[in-house]
Design a protein around this ligand. Structure first.
Ligand SMILES: [Zn+2]
Length: 421
């Protein structure tokens, strides 16, 4: 089948050419190249692996017919931003078997244009549900999600979360945890509403920094007790990071908490920044940056979850707590991290690739398949031009999906990725 020979490129590993056959990378600096190979001259631009964003919510039904941006549209954004792989979340309805929710999510993703895996949310810690975990791990779904926030919806008590942690550990899986103190958030929210503070700008006051650090402090104890491989997702506070540095718990930061700070809530644009956790102070943002530089944070994701502005405005009339939570980011992540972290010298280009591609892939069960330019890996390749600060071309499994910054007219189908540890 198709053979591609990328030449005159700068690879993170220091190599200059790369050979692709049948959608897989077969060699770096190949010694022999088939005569019929298509030669792609990279003109000394950079070749990096396709981005891997392991925290997205594409096409997620929320409630009352409100759904985040579809798989197709979100996937196109991802490709334009150089991200070729996502790991999204399958969220069961109350009483729904986990396997049924996974099946439902595959139907939502049926027109995906990026490759995808699924984390499975566990909001029902019953024996019946937990008994499904080993089969899910076996079928390529080894990562799960638990919430200490969202009272009366997704929240698990400490006892319940521990029970989930034992089950995930025993099945050889890994648990991702949303760390906010659901009781404290609920109390703050009720107080704000009672005093008439319902505008979007009050959203962060219902998600205080100590809500995150309290939840993390209790998670650390649960992890010690259970020994479950655990990840704190969308870490956003300095105090939260302080609790974690000497623990085996892995840490994800999302681009918004790494690169943006909370002054937007003082403006009329607050509605554009309704996400949980909310944007934090400059001090917390700087702590996320220095945590990354110090190797205390393991990967960068986005929590991409985009809702139409008109829906947010409509829901905002019923108070900030009704606004669908989530912001976009999958298209911006790679380039923004480059511009705000690599260009000013806070991260090296190699660290950029590790944090946005290799580490999230490895730590979510995709090593050997995604996140690196090395023989045997899928030929997910991004051509990046640092002179014009642009991702110009993107290949998914050897197929050109973005050319000169434009989507190809005929995008190949993305596929489901079975992951394992
Ligand atoms: Zn999320």
């Amino acid at each position: 089948m198709k053979t591609l020979h990328f030449i005159n490129a700068q690879l993170p590993s220091g190599e200059h050419s790369l050979l692709v056959e049948d959608g897989k990378i077969v060699a770096l600096n190949p010694v022999s190249v088939p005569d019929d190979a298509e030669v792609l001259d990279c003109n000394q631009k950079w070749l990096i692996p396709g981005g891997v964003d392991v925290h997205t919510h594409f096409g997620m039904p929320l409630r009352d017919g409100i759904t985040s941006t579809s798989w197709r549209d979100s996937g196109e954004q991802a490709l334009l931003g150089g991200t070729t792989t996502v790991v999204d979340f399958a969220n069961p309805e109350s009483g729904e078997p986990l396997g049924d929710a996974v099946y439902r999510w595959h139907t939502y993703a049926s027109d995906t244009v990026v490759d995808y895996g699924l984390h499975v949310t566990i909001s029902d810690p019953s024996d019946e549900r937990l008994a499904e975990i080993p089969d899910l791990v076996e079928s390529g779904l080894p990562t799960f999600k638990g919430f200490l926030a969202y009272k009366n919806r997704l929240m698990l008590s400490a006892e319940e979360l521990e029970k989930v942690m034992f089950a995930v550990r025993d099945a050889g899986g890994k648990l991702l945890v949303h760390c906010e103190d659901g009781e404290l958030n609920e109390k703050c929210q009720n107080e704000l509403i009672a005093s008439g503070k319902t505008a979007p700008k009050y959203h962060p006051q219902a998600h205080l920094p100590e809500s995150e650090s309290n939840a993390i402090a209790s998670l650390v104890k649960m992890q010690e007790k259970t020994g479950c491989p655990t990840v704190v997702v969308h870490l956003s506070t300095e105090k939260g990071l302080d609790h974690l540095v000497h623990t085996p718990i892995e840490r994800e930061v999302c681009a918004q908490h790494l690169l943006l700070e909370d002054s937007i809530y003082k403006t009329d644009d607050a509605i554009h920044a309704i996400c949980s956790p909310p944007l934090r102070s400059k001090k917390d943002m700087k702590a996320m940056q220095s945590g990354l530089t110090a190797g205390q944070i393991h990967w960068i994701a986005t929590d991409h979850c985009e809702f139409p502005l008109e829906i947010k405005k409509r829901e905002a009339k019923k108070g900030f707590h009704n606004i669908p939570n989530g912001i976009a980011g999958v298209e911006q992540r790679l380039l923004m991290v480059w511009m705000m972290m690599v260009k000013p010298g806070k991260l090296t280009a190699m660290e950029w690739v590790e944090l946005c591609c290799t580490e999230p892939a490895d730590r979510c069960g995709l090593s050997g398949i995604k996140g690196d330019l090395a023989p045997g890996y899928d030929a997910d390749i991004v051509l990046f031009d640092p002179d014009i600060e642009a991702i110009t071309n993107v290949w998914l499994r050897g197929e050109l999906v973005v050319e000169n910054g434009e989507l190809a007219s005929d995008l190949p189908a993305g596929k489901f990725l079975q992951r394992q540890f």
